[in-house]
Design a protein around this ligand. Structure first.
Ligand code: UD1
Length: 427
């Protein structure tokens, strides 16, 4: 497994293009299971999670073609298998998203339970409960969710908790159901809206995506469509933080600034100057230190949990003390233990981190634990004194398109080294 070595240095400066959103691309690729016609999906990011979903769709019988501009053609005419196996679901929980479409089009699906996860228990009870409300018979047997249905029937479903993939799974199931489905307390994330937009182009009858009540009138069949995936708002936020904490200046292009307002507000509050265009954001760090900012994560449009780790880092070198409250996932503070090893002053109390800013972090060997935690550690390495070795970076490759190349374009000193790098160096 490769590692990254980040060297703390000067300010990051320059322009970069933001890639397509992983969390939007995955459900859109999966919704190709709902039609026998070809789907053409563009602006796909080059990531491990995308390769995993391609492997899963391929195993189900979907024919996939990728061109060098990262456009995928998917054709699910000959689906001959409805099983999502453990080894794929465990590496990427979003595989659970095949459950709804397989059930809706083929009347059966078997999906492995995802198992444990570094950022909390992350159950799938809401997916199961919602599909049962649509008439599916579901059993959990030997680690697999086995679902059967003749034709799903529309129903009113109240989501006890706001769930992004839960909402997406039920939307994809309901589009081919008989009658009307109403999803109450639905997730309002831009990725849910993007999926609805794609399903509508395929012929689905969906209203209200982006609000907390989504209404779906089932149709008999869906056709193919061409769809461009929205930009990755978390990648955008991560690069803005990178420029801000390094005292630099960045223009990010191909973004939808209205989808990152909560993050932009916090960057302004921290003292960064921002200029915002239709599809770009320009950030300039303040001359002195950033100011500490309180954060409370919550479902969209509030501050995203996927930006929490990056703002813990921002606060750890800012002027003052701030609290960061994580309300979406339990146990999503693994990066804090690593940041402390780099000299950060952070107290943890349940789901609240109290971060007292220090002037400088020091390099240390650190271990990535999940996707966003690893991004935070890479950025920490770029502002710390010395060389930080970041281990287990497969997490970062799951979700960031060529992170070291993009950071290098901004002047960062960062390189990928093979797994046995340290042994070779000392030999
Ligand atoms: C999605 C995103 C992930 C992001 C998260 C929250 C994708 C592929 N991933 O994950 O990057 O961090 O939204 O914005 O889009 N829950 C249950 N039962 C369920 C489902 C969820 O209790 O059946 C709980 C979870 O444990 C969590 C909360 O609901 O505490 C929200 O999770 P959810 O929105 O479902 O996250 P994901 O869709 O898995």
């Amino acid at each position: 497994m490769d590692k990254l070595i980040a060297t703390g240095g000067g300010p990051l400066r320059g322009e970069i293009r933001i890639s397509g959103a992983k969390n939007a691309a995955l459900p859109v690729m999966i919704c190709s299971l709902l039609t026998s016609e070809t789907m053409t999906i563009s602006n796909i990011p080059h990531l491990h999670d995308i390769t995993t979903i391609m492997e899963l769709l391929g195993q189900l019988g979907v024919k996939l073609q990728v061109d060098d501009k990262l456009t995928i053609e998917a054709n699910a005419t000959e689906v001959n298998n409805v099983v999502a196996p453990y080894h794929l679901v465990k590496t990427m929980r979003a595989s659970i998203l095949v459950l709804g479409p397989l059930l809706a089009r083929f009347g059966k699906a078997e999906v492995s339970l995802p198992g444990g996860c570094a950022i909390g228990s992350r159950p799938v009870n809401l997916h199961i409960k919602g599909l049962q409300a649509l008439g599916a018979k579901i059993t959990v047997d030997r680690g697999y969710i086995r679902a059967r249905a003749n034709r799903l029937r529309g129903a009113r479903i109240f989501m006890d908790l706001i769930s992004v993939t839960g909402t997406e799974n039920l939307m994809m199931a309901a589009v081919l159901a008989e009658g009307t489905t109403v999803i109450e307390n639905a997730a309002r994330e831009p990725e849910v809206i993007d999926l609805a937009r794609c399903l509508k182009t395929m012929g689905a009858d969906i209203h209200g995506a982006g609000s907390d009540e989504i209404t779906i009138h089932g149709v008999q069949r869906l056709g193919g469509a061409a769809h461009r995936v929205i930009p990755d708002r978390i990648e955008a936020g991560t690069f803005l933080v990178a420029a801000a904490i390094s005292g630099g200046e960045i223009k990010i292009k191909d973004v939808k600034p209205q989808q990152i307002e909560a993050v932009l507000d916090k960057l302004r509050e921290a003292g960064a100057s921002l200029e915002v265009g239709d599809d770009w954001v320009h950030l300039r760090a303040p001359r002195g230190r950033l100011k500490a900012v309180n954060i409370r994560t919550a479902p969209y449009p509030a501050f995203p949990t996927d930006m929490q780790a990056q703002f813990v880092l921002l606060n750890s070198i800012a002027d003052g003390t701030a609290t960061v409250v994580e309300t979406v996932f339990e146990n999503r503070f693994m990066h804090i233990h690593e940041l402390r090893r780099m000299g950060a002053n952070i107290q943890l109390d349940g789901n609240t981190a109290v971060v007292q800013g220090v002037r400088k972090l020091q390099a240390a060997p650190v271990m990535a634990t999940d996707l966003r935690a690893s991004a935070c550690l890479v950025l920490a390495g770029l502002i710390a004194d010395g060389e930080t070795l970041i281990d287990r970076i497969y997490h970062i490759d799951r979700g960031y398109h060529c992170i070291e190349e993009k950071l290098s374009q901004l002047g960062a000193v960062i390189r990928r080294v093979p797994r046995n790098y340290l042994e070779r160096k000392s030999a």
